[in-house]
Write a protein that binds this ligand. Sequence first.
Ligand code: NCD
Length: 336
Amino acid sequence: MSFTGEHILSVHQFDRDSIQQIFQIARNMAPYASRQKRTKVLEGAILGNLFFEPSTRTRVSFGCAFNLLGGEVRETTGMESSALAKGESLFDTARVISSYSDVIAMRHPQAGSVAEFALGSRVPVINGGDGANEHPTQALLDLFTIERELAASGLTVDGMHIAMVGDLKHGRTVHSLSKLLCLFKNIRFTLIAPHALAMPDEITGAIETAGHQVTITDTLEGNLSADIVYQTRIQEERFSSKEEANLYRGKFRLNQQIYTRYCKSNTVIMHPLPRDSRSDANELDNDLNLNPNLAIFRQADNGVLVRMALFALTLGVADKVKDYECAVPWFSNKNA
Ligand code: NCD
């Protein structure tokens, strides 16, 4: 599949072959991300990195991915400091910023906003999260991580058991990942959430239609013997009040003691981050930091590789990255 000039708005755009195409290119990006080599393939290109909702990881990882390919990044953060606060339409913003950029990454609190923005853009737009709707690049990096982590135990995505935990109603990462997993076979889903924060019926229905097995529960204990446990944060910003979000904060805490008691010895722990480490939440305890199956930082590192691959593909340079290679003259011990 050719991605050149295409927007990346939803996981529905992918099939298994195109996912493997992206992952192969992502794997080839490792020497550049780890600073063994550089490439200038996107020298002169500009990324418009528009984040109208809080973000550290996704925003910086889009920016770094573009820099690592030799390109420059122009960034806007927050709604208040943008012309959207003056009533400008998404179409107008897109029209203008796309004249200044070669590709745009965008996050916005409203579901459907990034697709609306893309209608006004003359360059490819990559969805960095639109409200509770979708987060396609996170789903790709999650799947990339799941494949890698499971391969270490001789397992595959087909036939795996994944437990998703927390705010499954508002979490766009679990929405996009679940939709992507519909392309695979014979997966067991254990969906662990308070009743009020359950996975939307539309997504549970799609998982079942894909032939997967779904167990829905509101109890953590006894339901964690999965190959992957994907923990999430209570999406406080999507509730009508902080008090309402507080009703669910700290309900599902995973720590080493619970892991030892209920998980398998090789259960992989994932989280899109940020994990809420405040004492009243503490959804993934710091005492898991020494657990070799805690994959959260490998997951974040993989995000750069996957986003580099997406930039190379949408800008049509995936097969030219090596041609623009050069040496790294500065000290680097990233591989140590
Ligand atoms: C997630 C998001 O923004 O949807 N974070 C991320 O992109 N890595 C999850 C979250 O904020 O809880």
